[in-house]
Ligand binder design. Structure first.
Ligand code: HEC
Ligand code: HEC
Ligand code: HEC
Length: 439
């Protein structure tokens, strides 16, 4: 981990140095502030479409501080180089984008350059947003410009040298940014192309679901969507590299996007919760398109698996002695919410989502990270309130107890134990310490 960090830091240092060489050719001028943007010219249709697109792009997720006004900025994004704060994108003329012409807005979204000509940090996913079509870009602008203006000057991003030299980002862009919309792939259906537009554009799925290279750029090719990380969580592979024991079907994905939970896989918790919340606002046609596109990254000939039989097997297996400590912990702490009936019916509960853990991707994953996080932190902000919350076990179970509990569950599901689990729990406990939280 340390070495990786060092490599990344060293790598970015290199980028910054290379960036210096770019200074001469990367100058971007200021786009003059515009007085009195003619918001009355935007049609109701444009504004309504813009609203859906803004949900698709999770703008408010990153641009709203905890307990802050929507889109007024100040949301902290920790990075290995320091904390990056989002900005105010309400139409306030002084502290927001109220004086940004469409041209300035479009340049930020497609090129990552602000109105005054400064490079924006790629924590803002402009490498994906760059694909947004002209029409949609206008509608997003129309929506944002017609929202309430909020005067709010949040904390400013102040990274240490060399990351404070924003022009160094030009070199990063040279490697990672292909500006502008992308032509449809002729050999694919219109539905697939629509899905690609959503996933690779406003949806910016790969920002979390693709692994990053030493320069913090998304890895491409076979690594695209093959599993990355976000805010300490692992974003699982959406490709054939998935750890899900039951192959994702079209219906599973649709259910997951619509409701934030798939009975045969698990829930959209952690940083996926607000994403799923936004996706639920898309119409059926767009969700079907997204599903078709994501499914094209999975094995076409995946054999169907009898999910109920798997659950039944996990529930009746006597892989561990009946009085094992882990089993008693499970019965005491988890089973009230996480049990299917003895017939192995998938939990069809009337109360919360009660995910079937025997099929949960996180229980089958190579890394225990997400499962440990869910137990330590609980799930306070599910994608939709109806899914129910899960209590935090931070102060109820020790590192050793959580390790025994999770590894007993693994054994019960016929999986190998996670090695050094107690140490991992201790590490995640330290990382998620509420006393150290910065927001
Ligand atoms: C993953 C988090 C994230 C998401 C999602 C996101 N942004 Fe941002 N955005 C940021 C951050 C962080 C910055 C500031 C970057 C910097 O200071 O260099 C920013 C900056 C901007 C800026 C430049 C504003 C300025 O004052 O310089 C605009 C415009 C913008 N975002 C619009 C949007 C829109 C529109 C959406 C949704 C379609 C969106 N953002 C979604 C994180 C995000
Ligand atoms: C901000 C980061 C982030 C973004 C953006 C994001 N995801 Fe996720 N995604 C995650 C995380 C983290 C999880 C794991 C959630 C959990 O297990 O509770 C996840 C889980 C999933 C899963 C379930 C995988 C499994 O096997 O359990 C699917 C499917 C998924 N995401 C699809 C998408 C799609 C499609 C997009 C783009 C429209 C997207 N995600 C955008 C972070 C993200
Ligand atoms: C009070 C009910 C409740 C209890 C008790 C409970 N959970 Fe949960 N758990 C939930 C709910 C509800 C969800 C799904 C939340 C959501 O939709 O985001 C969940 C989700 C999970 C997930 C999936 C997380 C993900 O991101 O995919 C895991 C793993 C999990 N629980 C493990 C446990 C373990 C282990 C215990 C016992 C230590 C436990 N839970 C106790 C209600 C509970």
């Amino acid at each position: 981990m340390k070495t990786i960090k060092k490599i990344t830091l060293g790598g970015l240092g290199l980028v910054a140095v290379a960036g210096a060489a770019f200074l001469a050719v990367t100058h971007h001028g200021e786009i003059a502030p515009q007085q009195g943007i003619a918001v009355q010219d935007f049609s109701a249709q444009q504004i309504a479409n813009g609203k859906t697109l803004v949900a698709m792009g999770d703008c408010a997720v990153c641009h709203t501080a905890k307990n802050g006004a929507e889109n007024a900025g100040g949301f902290p994004m920790p990075s290995p180089f320091g904390t990056i704060y989002s900005t105010n994108i309400t139409p306030d003329p002084e502290t927001g984008i109220g004086r940004w012409s469409y041209e300035a807005f479009e340049r930020a979204m497609r090129h990552g350059i602000d109105r005054e000509g400064r490079h924006l940090y790629p924590a803002f996913p402009y490498t994906a947003f760059t694909r947004v079509t002209d029409d949609d870009m206008h509608d997003i602008y129309a929506y944002l410009m017609t929202q309430p203006a909020v005067k709010s000057d949040g904390p400013k991003t102040a990274l240490g040298f060399p990351f404070n030299i924003r022009r160094g980002i030009a070199a990063w862009n040279w490697l990672n940014l292909t500006p502008g919309p992308v032509a449809d792939v002729a050999s694919q259906t219109p539905e697939w192309n629509r899905g690609a537009y959503i996933a690779e554009g406003l949806g910016h799925c790969s920002a979390c679901h693709s692994p990053r290279d030493a320069f913090s750029g998304e890895k491409k090719g076979i690594f695209h969507l093959a599993g990355g990380s976000a805010e300490g969580w692992d974003a699982p592979a959406l490709t054939t590299a998935t750890a899900a024991p039951v192959p994702w079907t079209s219906d599973d994905l649709l259910q997951y996007f619509r409701t934030g939970a798939s009975q045969r896989h698990g829930v959209a918790a952690g940083p996926m919760a607000p994403v799923a919340h936004g996706l639920a606002q898309l119409d059926d046609k767009d969700l079907q398109a997204l599903t078709t596109y994501i499914l094209s990254y999975k094995k076409a000939d995946a054999q169907p698996v009898d999910a109920q039989a798997l659950v039944r097997k996990a529930e009746t297996a006597q892989a561990v002695p009946a009085d094992a400590q882990g089993l008693r912990l499970y019965q005491g702490a988890c089973m009230s919410c996480h049990s299917s009936d003895p017939q192995g019916q998938l939990a069809e509960s009337t109360f919360g989502s009660r995910p079937q853990l025997a099929l949960n991707t996180n229980m089958h994953a190579q890394s225990p990270n997400n499962a440990v996080r869910a137990v330590l932190e609980g799930i306070q902000a599910p994608a939709h309130a109806e899914l129910g919350t899960m209590p935090s076990f931070r102060y109820a179970l020790s590192d050793a107890q959580i390790a025994v509990l999770l590894n007993t569950m693994r054994a019960q599901y016929g999986l190998q134990e996670w090695p050094d689990l107690k140490q991992t729990v201790a590490k995640v406990r330290a990382e998620t310490d509420p006393a150290k939280a910065h927001h």
